[in-house]
Design a protein around this ligand. Sequence first.
Ligand SMILES: *[C@@H]1O[C@H](CO)[C@@H](O)[C@H](O)[C@H]1NC(C)=O
Ligand SMILES: *[C@@H]1O[C@H](CO)[C@@H](O)[C@H](O)[C@H]1NC(C)=O
Ligand SMILES: *[C@@H]1O[C@H](CO)[C@@H](O)[C@H](O)[C@H]1NC(C)=O
Length: 801
Amino acid sequence: MHLRSVLQSYGFVFFFVVVRYAHGDLSYSVQEELKRGSVIGNIAKDLGLEVGRLSARKARVDMEGNDRQYIGINLRSGDLVVAERIDREEHCGEKPSCVLKFELLLENPLELHRLSLQVQDVNDNAPIFPKDTVKLEIRESADKGARYRINAAHDADIGKNSVESYILEQNPHFVFSIQTTSAGSRYGELVLDKELDREEQQEMKLLLTAVDGGSPQRSGTVVIHVIVLDANDNAPVFTEAVYTATLPENSPMKTPVTTVRASDADEGVNGEVTYEISRISDKSRNLFSLDEKTGEISVSGDIDYEEGPRYEVFVEAKDGYGLSSEAKVIIDITDVNDNAPVIHLKSLTNPIPENVSPGTEVGIINVQDRDSESNRQVRCSIQQGAPFKLVPSIKNYYSLVTTGQLDRELVSDYNITITATDEGSPPLSSSKSVQLSVADINDNPPVFEDQSYSAYVSENNKPGSTLCSVTARDPDWRQNGTVIYSVLPGEVNGAPVSSYVSVNGDTGVIHAVRSFDYEQLMSFKVQVMARDNGSPPLSSNVTVSVFVSDVNDNSPQILYPAPEGNSFMTELVPKAAHGGSLVSKVIAVDADSGQNAWLSYEIVKSTDPGLFTIGVHSGEIRTQRDISESDSMKQNLIVAVKDNGQPSLSATCSMYLLISDNLAEVPELKDISYDEKNSKLTSYLIIALVSVSTFFLTFIIIILGVRFCRRRKPRLLFDGAVAIPSAYLPPNYADVDSTGTLRSAYNYDAYLTTGSRTSDFKFVTSYNDNTLPADQTLRKSPSDFADVFGDSDGSPEVGTI
Ligand SMILES: *[C@@H]1O[C@H](CO)[C@@H](O)[C@H](O)[C@H]1NC(C)=O
Ligand SMILES: *[C@@H]1O[C@H](CO)[C@@H](O)[C@H](O)[C@H]1NC(C)=O
Ligand SMILES: *[C@@H]1O[C@H](CO)[C@@H](O)[C@H](O)[C@H]1NC(C)=O
């Protein structure tokens, strides 16, 4: 189809050309690129030649200077035809008109005609760019309006068929413009209409199309490869504006914290990012380090949550030519339970008076833990056993409170250990020792070691001698426990007690103030007070019984017979008395007691040594044998009475005995006493009378005694000495009942031994000593004896005599 329409249009041109070159050299016009055999013109007709002769004349066409046969002659018709493809551009290039010269040669006769063939251009060439691709490197920093030359396209055709216009592919950056040089040549320019951004588009390929004006139109394209060169127009950009990281405290050195990353869209040096810390607090300066290449932040110091729970680090990223940007790194430190609680003693009452009531606050404790959250929750406790507890108060304050009564005398110091434990995991704890002392209150009176004290002292002691010592203890402190002794005022025997004893106020040693006489005072009691020095003072009393013990300082005292020189009494001894008969009795007492009053009797001298004996302890004088006629009527005995003390003391007396049955024989008593020879008879009479009375009384007493004996055996041996009136006795005997002690009984009993059945009455009636007041004589009737003995019943010594 295409070919045919082309031919048709050529046919029209052909006709027009023939008309135009009808005269002169034969001139033809032909379109280039016609098909072989296409008719250009008719030579026969144009030259007036016979068609039939052409063959004979060997007509042919030669091109000047060229062996190629582009055109030929159809010898049968005389047509000039295209013999070979004719390319105008081959022969004429860009020349605006293209005329090819031919010669027509005829023989028989030789004939030469010149033919010129005008070759018409046909749009058979497309515009062509010199290269398929044009590479342009444009710096992105290039300004708007910058121009970049592009070689123009070439179209071998001429005229309208050559390049007419250029079309640049739609793009945001470039436009295309055609320029003509002064020399008339044309070139294209790529004009920057909008700045480039390498980071947005690193390169672009633009298709530039050149079109000619032929018909049909032909075109050629070139690819303009624009490479955008980098300019350092981009600062590094961090991947995040704020980086956050958490880091446990106490993380070791070089622990990575986080890595910041900034990218720089630029290339090469322009895109080489380095990091550095731009702003950091002084505190954290040494804690973190930043790797300038990798952007890794790591630990370079001791991270302590308590020093700072959060750090802000500003990191700058810089590219090679110094564009920079900044990002913030927030590092949150997480708490680790690395702080033990700390116990502060805020106040302490020390010492604590021991009388504070339970529940008294004695101290305030504050507990702190520098950790946070549960690591700082602290529990406080106190060791068991001490009377204290901790009472939680506001916040982390605790009151130390007593839980019981304090007693300094039991526990004077407390070491209280307070332990605080936090709730971390693992928990940490710490403890604090609090020393508390208890202050004394004078709450204890002095207490004597013994409930009562007894002191024993021999009579006749030296004044000032030590009797005993009392000790009282007071567990209180210092003056509250300092004991001072004193004797409480009182009376002993009507005299102030202070005249008897004194006490050393400091030592409690009790001294005798005077010399004691056992016979006057056998014992007494003193109240001693121990008082402390507190305010008010406390005291306690104790009884000290002082017992005076006997010393043999009294010699025996002979009551009967009356001491020598005073006596006028004489005993009658019946002539018929058999051996062993009781004749008389020596009665003696000793004011001392015990062994000191244990009397023994001895005849030291007698008229007839073989006739009488005396009971060693009874003092009874008995006949040793029957009286015989030959015995002297008057017998004289000297009796010694000794006590048993060490050394022993003694007394002697004389006794006169008259051996006679007949009162008439009895001389005047007075005579016996004063003058034996003159008063013999009187004496005998009296003696007889007395003896009878004595025997009678003795008889009654024995009967009474037997009756008592049946009921109360110990009284059996009683010999009637009770008749001796108490008023006679030495003063200390009067005290016997009051003390009731063993010692007292001793005295009493010793006294009793001195009596004798036979002599009592005689003694009572005959004794005329001044010490025996008349009105007290024999006050007791026989019937009273029972009572008297009842009283002395407790005396064990009675039975042993
Ligand atoms: C209390 O502790 C101190 C020293 O820490 C010690 O000398 C004292 O004996 C302790 N007291 C008690 C009652 O444990
Ligand atoms: C003695 O006790 C009193 C209170 O009774 C007290 O005030 C005083 O301090 C105590 N003295 C000493 C030395 O402890
Ligand atoms: C001790 O005796 C004195 C004097 O009689 C008295 O005032 C004081 O209260 C007594 N003390 C005691 C503890 O009985």
